[in-house]
Design a protein around this ligand. Structure first.
Ligand SMILES: *[C@@H]1O[C@H](CO)[C@@H](O)[C@H](O)[C@H]1NC(C)=O
Ligand SMILES: *[C@@H]1O[C@H](CO)[C@@H](O)[C@H](O)[C@H]1NC(C)=O
Ligand SMILES: *[C@@H]1O[C@H](CO)[C@@H](O)[C@H](O)[C@H]1NC(C)=O
Ligand SMILES: *[C@@H]1O[C@H](CO)[C@@H](O)[C@H](O)[C@H]1NC(C)=O
Ligand SMILES: *[C@@H]1O[C@H](CO)[C@@H](O)[C@H](O)[C@H]1NC(C)=O
Ligand SMILES: *[C@@H]1O[C@H](CO)[C@@H](O)[C@H](O)[C@H]1NC(C)=O
Ligand SMILES: *[C@@H]1O[C@H](CO)[C@@H](O)[C@H](O)[C@H]1NC(C)=O
Ligand SMILES: *[C@@H]1O[C@H](CO)[C@@H](O)[C@H](O)[C@H]1NC(C)=O
Ligand SMILES: *[C@@H]1O[C@H](CO)[C@@H](O)[C@H](O)[C@H]1NC(C)=O
Ligand SMILES: *[C@@H]1O[C@H](CO)[C@@H](O)[C@H](O)[C@H]1NC(C)=O
Ligand SMILES: *[C@@H]1O[C@H](CO)[C@@H](O)[C@H](O)[C@H]1NC(C)=O
Ligand SMILES: *[C@@H]1O[C@H](CO)[C@@H](O)[C@H](O)[C@H]1NC(C)=O
Length: 671
């Protein structure tokens, strides 16, 4: 694409040229008077030597002076100091695909304040010499492959504000010397292999705000002293093994704490009185062996989330939770809770999970006794046809649902993959009947013709279902839909004719499977009956309250001036930014062309902001809206990618969602 003569690159080039000129200028005027301290130059050379730099990101570290020749990632004091030299203040080498190890020669960077090697692949240990660089305020080594233990010498870094070593393979214990880091505010050490006890001495840290030690192998008891940290707001220790330890009662008095997360820590004993945490908003004590009762003390009004699931708590659920105005989630599942004091009155937007508790055997709480991990098998059992004789219907016929007017007749169902994209509930159980009535009446079917075959929560959370739709019973007849009925039901789904519903929200059609005897009833190449009005409505998303079905937008960007390069454009130049966005597919120009009958005017449904919109049918029958960018309205590649990524993240009940794009190379088309 480099030769395609875009305007953006010329701006970039201009910018680069200016920077280069500026560097030369600085180099020239500074050539005699300004130089980096020789010890630091040597240290940087040694650091580079011990790193592996496959992309030559440090390629310019060979030439000239670090501070005046603009070495990548090196930032210096802006004037010479008393010793007549410039000094390196910052190394910003994040995300540069560096491997290799950290050289002990960094000890000579005596003015370094920020050492940033985040998101590389550096291995080996953290050299103990780092403790001599006492000017350090930020030590950022997260997202590497560092091993070995943490050097005690880090504790000498009296100016350190932020220590980030998370997401490495660091082992050994947390040095007690860290308690000397009087200026430390942030300790991020999660996702390593740290072991041993959390040193009680850390409680001496006056300014520490975040202590993240989750996902390590820490053990021993939880030091009660941590509660003395005056500024601690997040204490996150999940996924460690404090076998036999209890939660110190003093943890209920951490006055600044807003989040306490001790998930899966092998803790036992009672939950501390939590009424002395005026700022607490989030408590996760799930997956432990906590026993006793839930404290009746009133929690902070800032409380949004309380997860006490999977413990051995018994007794009563305090109704005082009803008074928490910001509450979003109460998860008490899988305990031994047997009662509720008073009545738990909560707005419907609060997720309450009580299942797996004896209290759920009391029928009046049924709406709180399902969850994300709802046992769909048992709740759907009622509609299955197990009451019929064990003789089987000849395939593809099967027993229609048991509740129909005639018992056990054989019929051939339509199979529909269907998904609620943003359901207004977290537990489906209370809504099953409503849902069956909603869809079957929208489809103009009897309730007995409708069966939910399986249900599963998916990420989002979204609710995926496979539905079976049976023909109505007709005496002395082969019970199957006729062709026009099949087409009608198919159209209801794929043309978003099922009216909107606030509780169930938008849905999408995943598939519409026609087994025998329907196999040939919908010719795969038949143009859909989708109307211009319907599709335009989907795109601009005005039909308030209407339900959006399998909604799809493709973006196709075609540039006239790049077409000239079509001859070689089918090869993707290696310099091209590659697009990889989860859940978004790439399509070829050819596929788009076939889907729209070569962008035929009969497929044209409307004009959008900067291009025309066509309806199209993919090879698999999915109906899609295709937006084709107009010539001259194009953005640069970066903007294009940004837009694709943005669209892929936008989900709203009145908006179609992006499932793919076509950015074909050459015609900048290509893919
Ligand atoms: C040099 O840096 C100091 C802080 O390090 C800053 O206050 C000062 O304005 C800078 N001088 C120039 C000329 O940029
Ligand atoms: C890092 O490596 C990836 C491929 O592994 C490459 O796409 C990316 O451009 C590299 N980044 C840098 C700054 O070298
Ligand atoms: C990380 O570096 C090691 C060698 O130090 C190498 O074997 C490994 O492939 C690298 N991983 C990545 C993702 O670059
Ligand atoms: C680093 O610090 C230690 C102890 O403070 C000292 O003994 C050692 O000489 C220092 N090393 C260098 C290279 O300055
Ligand atoms: C970490 O380093 C080891 C070798 O020391 C290597 O096998 C492994 O792939 C590296 N991990 C990553 C994520 O690069
Ligand atoms: C930390 O480790 C946990 C457990 O292995 C993992 O689920 C989580 O994704 C990791 N977090 C990060 C940021 O790597
Ligand atoms: C908490 O931190 C702030 C600075 O961030 C500091 O001024 C304050 O004194 C600290 N609180 C206590 C009790 O030390
Ligand atoms: C909620 O938190 C904010 C700070 O995040 C704090 O100012 C406020 O006082 C808290 N409210 C209560 C009721 O504790
Ligand atoms: C809760 O369980 C404990 C034993 O773990 C028992 O002593 C106590 O009586 C139980 N309380 C209630 C209210 O069931
Ligand atoms: C829940 O809905 C109520 C109104 O019914 C609202 O005031 C409250 O802010 C909502 N809570 C959350 C967490 O969205
Ligand atoms: C479903 O019903 C059958 C027959 O009544 C029964 O054997 C089976 O255990 C039920 N399944 C569940 C999960 O309850
Ligand atoms: C289509 O639906 C059937 C069930 O009706 C299901 O087994 C299959 O996995 C679905 N396929 C897709 C791609 O969702």
């Amino acid at each position: 694409m480099g030769t395609s003569g875009r305007s953006q690159p010329s701006f970039v080039n201009l910018g680069l040229t200016l920077i280069v000129l500026l560097c030369w200028f600085l180099l020239l005027i500074g050539a005699d008077s300004q130089k980096t301290h020789p010890a630091e130059v040597n240290a940087l050379r040694a650091i580079k030597k011990s790193l592996i730099d496959p992309y030559q990101n440090l390629g310019n570290w060979n030439r000239g002076d670090p501070c005046t020749s603009c070495w990548t990632g090196i930032y210096c004091s802006n004037t010479t100091m008393d010793d007549g030299y410039l000094h390196v203040k910052e190394m910003a080498l994040l995300n540069m695909n560096l491997s290799g190890s950290l050289s002990a020669e960094l000890v000579h960077l005596s003015y370094l304040e920020i050492m940033d090697f985040m998101w590389n692949n550096i291995s080996g240990t953290i050299p103990k010499e780092i403790g001599n660089v006492t000017s350090l305020t930020f030590l950022l080594l997260n997202g590497n492959n560092l091993t070995g233990s943490l050097p005690d010498e880090i504790g000498y870094l009296g100016n350190l504000d932020r220590l980030q070593i998370d997401e490495n393979q660091i082992s050994g214990s947390i040095p007690k010397s860290f308690a000397n880091l009087n200026n430390a505010k942030h300790f991020h050490m999660n996702n390593n292999s740290l072991s041993g006890q959390i040193p009680p001495e850390l409680s001496r840290l006056p300014l520490l705000v975040h202590l993240l030690l989750d996902n390590n192998n820490l053990s021993g008891h939880l030091p009660p002293e941590l509660s003395k940290m005056p500024n601690l707001t997040i204490l996150q220790l999940d996924n460690n093994n404090f076998e036999g330890s209890t939660i110190p009662p003093s943890y209920g008095n951490i006055s600044c704490l807003s989040k306490l997360s001790l998930r899966n820590c092998s803790l036992q004993g009672p939950i501390p009185n939590w009424s002395n945490m005026p700022n607490i908003g989030y408590i996760d004590l799930s997956l432990n062996k906590l026993s006793g009762t839930i404290p009746t003390d009133v929690l902070s009004e800032n409380m949004t989330t309380i997860d006490l699931s999977n413990n051995n708590l018994n007794g009563t659920i305090p109704a005082s939770f009803s008074r928490l105005p910001l509450l979003q989630k109460l998860d008490f599942q899988n305990n031994k809770l047997s009662n509720i004091s008073g009545s738990l009155v909560l707005p419907s937007n609060v997720t309450v999970s009580l299942q797996g508790n004896p209290i759920c055997s009391k029928g009046n709480l049924i709406q709180f006794c399902g969850s994300y991990e709802e046992d769909f098998s048992s709740m759907l059992n009622q509609t299955s046809s197990n009451a019929c004789l064990p003789q089987s219907c000849p395939p593809p016929f099967e027993y229609a649902p048991a509740s129909h007017p005639v018992r056990c007749f054989c019929a051939a169902p339509l199979l529909v993959g269907y998904r609620l994209k943003s359901p207004g509930f977290t537990n489906f159980r209370p809504y099953i009947d409503k849902f069956e009535h909603y869809v079957s009446s929208a489809l103009d079917l009897h309730i007995y013709q409708f069966e939910i075959d399986s249900v599963a929560w998916q990420k989002g959370p979204r609710l995926r279902m496979y539905l079976k739709i049976f023909p109505a019973y007709v005496n002395n007849s082969i019970n199957k839909f006729n062709r026009s009925e099949v087409l009608r039901i198919h159209d209801m789904f794929r043309r978003w004719k099922i009216h909107g519903n606030a509780v169930f929200g938008p849905f999408e059609l995943l598939n519409f499977t026609l087994l025998e005897p329907y196999k040939d009833e919908i010719p795969s190449s038949s143009p859909s009956g989708i109307t211009k009005g319907a599709l335009a409505g989907i795109i601009i998303g005005t039909a308030a309250g209407s339900v959006t079905l399998a909604a799809v937008v493709f973006l196709l960007f075609v540039r006239s001036h790049t077409r000239r390069h079509r001859a070689y454009s089918r090869r993707r130049p290696s310099s091209r930014v590659s697009i990889r966005i989860d859940g978004v597919k790439g399509f070829t120009y050819g596929e788009m062309s076939v889907a729209t009958n070569n962008f035929n005017s009969s497929s044209f449904v409307g004009q959008g902001g900067y291009g025309k919109v066509y309806k199209g049918i993919l090879a698999d029958g999915t109906v899609v809206a295709i937006k084709r960018a107009q010539e001259g309205s194009l953005q640069g590649e970066k903007e294009f990618l940004t837009e694709i990524e943005l669209l892929s993240r936008v989900h709203h009940r009145n908006l179609v969602s992006l499932i793919g794009y076509c950015d074909e190379e050459g015609e900048q088309v290509p893919q």
